[in-house]
Design a protein around this ligand. Structure first.
Ligand code: MN
Length: 136
């Protein structure tokens, strides 16, 4: 079926990789290049999940998280922190702030979509491997 996924990311290469991988698994990614734009877009169109870079040109990912949680349309949407900061404690800081998951850059193509899909209900996950499910 696939999910509507907002990618808030200012780095073109990371954006393209995430878009490519999500699309390949049947999802529909859309994009914001700044935090404020992301908060607005998520409220304006159906969004099943948000991937949010922590370092953005305007407000940072933590502020994006706070604003998404504060507006009714997006209060319950799963939000995944994506960051290149490989600092010890970064993951804990993101999860403690309220992100539902954490993905570190560089994006690992083998596991990225699986990590993201673990936060979705089964009916929104990408194509199951052939033969894993009957046609009933
Ligand atoms: Mn960035």
């Amino acid at each position: 079926m696939g999910a509507q996924i907002l990618v808030i990311e200012d780095n073109p290469e990371n954006l393209e990789l995430m878009r490519y991988l999500l699309s390949a698994f049947g999802h529909s990614p859309f994009h914001a290049a700044t935090g404020e734009q992301g908060v607005r877009i998520a409220a304006e169109r159906p969004t099943h999940l948000v991937l949010c870079d922590l370092q953005l040109p305007d407000i940072d990912g933590f502020e994006v998280l706070r604003r998404l949680r504060a507006q009714p349309q997006t209060a319950r949407v799963p939000i995944v922190a994506v960051t290149a900061l490989a600092m010890v404690g970064d993951r804990e800081r993101a999860l403690a702030a309220g992100f539902d998951a954490y993905v570190s850059k560089p994006i690992d193509p083998e596991s990225f979509v699986r990590q993201v899909e673990s936060l979705m209900p089964a009916e929104l996950r990408g194509r199951a491997p052939a033969g894993s499910k009957g046609g009933a």
